[in-house]
Design a binder for this molecule. Structure first.
Ligand code: AMP
Ligand code: GLY
Length: 420
């Protein structure tokens, strides 16, 4: 079959890598893609936020299956457009993607279905929000309701910080995303991410992961999109996973169906785990980046069968064949990330690296120029490896990192420390 993946990051490179290995794949196109993706798939210049343009492209290229990677096209209703055109699609409708695009919506769903999460309140004006924060005291969490590229959350350890965050959001620092603000109880514990495929009815877990959000070693420095990840997450034991499915995931999926907006795609549940109990931090309507890279490394070619079963409503008959192993990815970012960073620096040494079922360098932000690979800024490479143990996966990943010659980049040296 002919498959189109939408997106340009390491997540989409890993999806393409796994899908390409499946014999069902004939033609594989990624739009817009990047220099790493171009080594294994065709890349196409396409406005992936324009549903009509995506549909027209699919018709011109006889696409049988569309896989939507990032949240922006989901929020823009691209899955609605492709489904309306009769195209088999992996990814939720814009209405179902509200589980990611509105924090207050997710909180309402949790309340409606009894899913455990932090106590919360929503505000559309600064004064009552300030009063609420003052009455509750710190630590407390202040969130812009809408999509804010992962930056709309302030975990305030002091009252002053919380009040400043409230003022900031209502002053428009996140634009429309901050027109409504959600204020939450601070939850302590250990975070993990849990990924569940659902066709709207059946829910099938496809793995757990933990990522490292801070830029520097020892979980210090500014928040980022993620500096590395590993799978599985030891904190998400079978008992806790069963509890999450029973109390959070299945009730959410049932509530979405009851409302007439069934959720189809991958549901990414961000969890806080403490004292043997998991609570929901947030949902995302897509795979995590870089969490997807470690999941794909472990799933390999069967990922396509699972995504197809999800899109075709056949998950009740689907099974995941797990290798009892571990995967770990280290993000190489351009110096300066997550602030402004230079673009265009040359990366060398990639051609000499192994690329097989145990080692893979996924590209997140690269382009080709005059036969060279250059960094296009932000998170640039995801150096990923598998091993029988997490320690082995980590040793393999850092051995690859050390062979990459890129003076313009940096990485954390302690990915996986919590689990090791
Ligand atoms: P979110 O975008 O909602 O995932 O929030 C980003 C990060 O903020 C999460 O990954 C957590 O580390 C932290 N966070 C969000 N909500 C809470 C909460 N209620 N208590 C503690 N930490 C939180
Ligand atoms: N790595 C966090 C995310 O994809 O949202």
């Amino acid at each position: 079959m002919n498959i189109l993946i939408l997106g340009a990051g390491g997540r989409e490179h890993s999806l393409a890598w796994a899908i390409k290995q499946n014999p069902k794949t004939d033609r594989l196109i990624v739009a817009p893609g990047n220099a790493g993706i171009a080594r294994l798939a065709e890349c196409a210049d396409l406005d992936i936020l324009d549903g009509a343009a995506v549909v027209a492209f699919c018709e011109e290229n006889a696409i049988d299956f569309v896989v939507i990677g990032p949240e922006a096209p989901l929020a823009a209703g691209v899955a609605d457009a492709t489904r309306a055109a009769g195209l088999l699609t992996f990814g939720p409708s814009a209405a179902a993607a509200r589980l990611e695009t509105s924090k207050a919506f997710t909180k309402d769903i949790c309340d409606a279905c009894g899913a455990p999460t932090a106590a919360w309140a929503r505000f559309t004006k600064a004064a009552p929000a300030r009063d609420y924060v003052t009455a509750r005291g710190a630590p407390i969490v202040v969130k812009a309701d809408g999509l804010a590229a992962g930056k709309g959350v302030v975990v305030a350890m002091t009252l002053a910080e919380a009040l400043a965050a409230v003022d900031d959001m209502f002053a428009g620092s996140f634009g429309q995303a901050g027109a409504e603000v959600v204020i939450e109880e601070f939850m302590g514990g250990e975070e993990a991410s849990f990924f569940i495929l659902t066709d709207g009815t059946t829910c099938l877990p496809v793995g757990s992961a933990q990522d490292h959000k801070r830029a520097f070693d020892g979980d210090s420095g500014p928040n980022t999109g993620g500096m590395g990840a590993y799978s599985p997450a030891p904190v998400l034991t079978d008992t806790i996973a069963d509890q999450v499915m029973a109390r959070i995931v299945r009730p959410t999926v049932a509530e979405m169906a009851r409302r007439g907006t069934p959720y189809q795609g991958v549901l990414y549940a961000g969890l806080m785990i403490a004292d043997g109990r998991a609570r929901l931090v947030e949902y995302n309507a897509r795979f995590g980046d870089p969490e997807c890279q470690v999941l794909m490394m472990r799933l390999g070619a069967q990922a396509l069968d699972l995504l197809l079963a999800c899109a075709e409503g056949r998950l009740a008959d689907a099974r995941v064949a797990w290798a009892p192993d571990h995967a770990l990815t280290v993000v190489l970012a351009a110096r300066g990330y997550p602030g402004t960073c230079a673009k265009g620096s040359r990366i060398q040494g990639l051609d000499a690296l192994p690329e097989d079922s145990r080692h893979m360098v996924f590209h997140a932000g690269t382009a080709g120029r005059d036969g060279q690979i250059i960094a296009t800024g932000g998170r640039v490479l995801n150096v990923t490896a598998r091993g029988a143990t997490l320690a082995e996966a980590r040793a393999r990943a850092y051995a690859l990192v050390d062979r990459i010659d890129w003076p313009g980049g940096f990485c954390r040296r302690d990915i996986g420390w919590r689990a090791l």
